[in-house]
Design a protein around this ligand. Structure first.
Ligand code: 5GP
Length: 187
């Protein structure tokens, strides 16, 4: 189904999304985050670990907003059903560099229940980095089931599905420059 962008709304199939965070608002906030990170990591040569696919756009803007000597690495999370439990377990694929004694900044698109980030941090901690922090574009505080120390948060948002700026719906809408929120009305 073609994505139609009419003024403040995007239609994907039967679903209607309304513009929630504009590209200018996002840009301004990322400049602030970039400044904070630059101050905190001066002379630390941090490694940004970007969680694909959703964080690709945020990461590209965030690292350009920092004035740091830094390294960028990209990982994917593979989900699989754990046969001993009912839950889905995620495993990190593709950490290419040794992280021992490194300052790690995980870059994520959105934290919802926090389970993904919690697993990610646990795995990374076992690699003995000097420090780990999290930079997430969006955080849904009402949905958190595990506590996550998210050091850099773009925006705290309510419990509603969002798309755009890297975030998808069934693979669509990642290319939208603004962030849209699912509205209840039908197209
Ligand atoms: P968590 O483990 O924190 O519950 O889920 C995090 C992942 O769920 C995110 O990385 C993202 O892929 C997906 N997710 C959670 N909320 C949303 C949302 O509102 N929109 C989109 N597109 N993905 C979401």
């Amino acid at each position: 189904m073609k994505i139609q962008d009419r003024d403040q709304q995007v239609y994907i199939g039967e679903r209607v999304f309304t513009k929630y965070l504009s590209r200018d608002t996002i840009k301004a906030r990322i400049l602030e985050l970039g400044r904070d990170i630059s101050l905190d990591y001066q002379d630390k040569f941090p490694v940004f670990i970007v969680v694909l696919n959703g964080a690709f756009m945020f990461a590209a803007d965030l690292v350009r907003a920092t004035a740091l000597e830094c390294q960028l690495e990209f990982v994917k999370l593979a989900s699989y059903e754990d046969i001993r439990s009912t839950g889905t377990v995620k495993k990190i694929l593709g950490i290419p560099v040794p992280l021992e004694d490194r300052h790690v900044i995980i870059v994520e698109d959105i934290i919802d229940t926090g389970r993904t980030m919690s697993t990610m941090m646990e795995e990374l901690r076992s690699m003995k980095p000097a420090s780990i922090s999290v930079a997430t574009m969006l955080l849904k505080p009402e949905c958190l089931e595990v506590s996550i120390d998210s050091t850099y948060v773009g925006f705290e948002i309510p419990d509603a599905f969002v798309i755009g700026y890297g975030l998808d719906l069934d693979g669509k809408a990642r290319n939208l420059a603004d962030i849209y929120q699912l509205s209840n009305e039908k197209a």
